[in-house]
Design a binder for this molecule. Structure first.
Ligand SMILES: NC(=O)c1ccc[n+]([C@@H]2O[C@H](COP(=O)([O-])OP(=O)(O)OC[C@H]3O[C@@H](n4cnc5c(N)ncnc54)[C@H](OP(=O)(O)O)[C@@H]3O)[C@@H](O)[C@H]2O)c1
Length: 255
């Protein structure tokens, strides 16, 4: 049985990737998120059978459950897309510690664990897409833990791509700039007192980001910045000192 696994499939980028995977003639797509009804509704929009896995990936038991299911079904995992993630904007003392730890657990630990759990079931010409962010390229004041969690996933992805190249398993770190039409920004802005990052100029659309990321992953690229501003930020973070990039992001976040 050939499958894809998509985390964060109930909404936003994850759901867009399910639409793209629907054209891949897979036997099943395993879709993971907490909102079961949204996952069930997705079945009406795609022809590939979906296996609904209602899991909270912050819980370690969810990772055990996925590992057990893989052991039981022994599928060939042709695609793994780790899109589940969230961020919280705010000053260091505006965001509850529990939210900071959940961000690390979901964006970093869960994505890495699911990759490790899936790898024994992947053969040559399989693809892994780790949804990182341009936030991975530099430290970001008032989005500090989010940026750090994405830097972790980004660095893991890049190193893993090198380790897996002899097995011809392709790893792509997808690094979008702001996306305007997913659930991400409203969730990120929930720190009520926060006055940082209130406007999101040049934000991209989820369908464009997913399509560009998908095409680039198919070309076996190890990093994709799927919009002009994502490319610009990546280049700037390579050339300019991070101290200057942080000053610029402070100016930018008050726009
Ligand atoms: N939107 C942006 O501006 C932007 C920019 C750069 C990178 N990204 C990254 O892109 C990825 C997708 O985000 P998005 O923009 O599509 O946001 P989104 O619409 O909020 O989607 C996030 C997905 O993650 C799932 N999720 C959240 N917490 C979870 C948990 N504890 N366990 C399992 N699933 C969980 C959500 O499903 P449930 O709520 O149903 O669990 C949802 O399906 C994220 O990794 C994000 O960091 C987004």
């Amino acid at each position: 049985m050939e499958i894809a696994i998509v985390t964060g499939a109930s909404n936003g980028l994850g759901r867009e990737f399910v639409f793209l995977l629907d054209k891949e003639n897979l036997d099943e797509i395993w879709v993971i998120a907490r909102r079961t009804k949204l996952l069930q509704a997705l079945q009406t929009a795609v022809k590939t059978p979906l296996r609904i896995l209602s899991l909270d990936l912050i819980q370690r038991t969810s990772l055990d459950e996925l590992q057990r299911l893989l052991l039981q079904e022994t599928p060939a995992v042709r695609y793994l897309i780790n899109a589940a993630g969230f961020g919280k904007i705010g000053k260091y003392d505006e965001i509850p510690l529990s939210a900071l730890l959940d961000m690390i657990d979901l964006n970093g630990r869960a994505a890495i664990a699911i990759t490790q759990i899936s790898l024994p079931y992947m053969a040559a010409n399989s693809h892994i897409l780790e949804i990182c962010s341009v936030a991975a390229f530099q430290p970001i004041p008032f989005f500090n833990v989010y940026a750090a969690s994405k830097a972790m996933l980004y660095r893991y992805s890049r190193a893993l791509a090198v380790e897996l190249s002899p097995r011809q398993i392709y790893v792509t770190a997808v690094c979008p700039y702001w996306i305007k039409d997913t659930g991400f920004i409203p969730i990120a802005q929930q720190a009520k007192s926060s006055t940082y990052f209130q406007h999101f100029p040049f934000a991209a659309k989820e369908a464009d980001v997913a399509r560009r990321a998908w095409q680039s992953a198919k070309r076996k690229n190890t990093v994709v910045t799927p919009s002009f501003f994502a490319c610009l930020e990546r280049c700037a973070a390579k050339i300019l000192p991070h101290s200057l990039m942080m000053r610029l992001s402070i100016l930018f976040c008050r726009l």
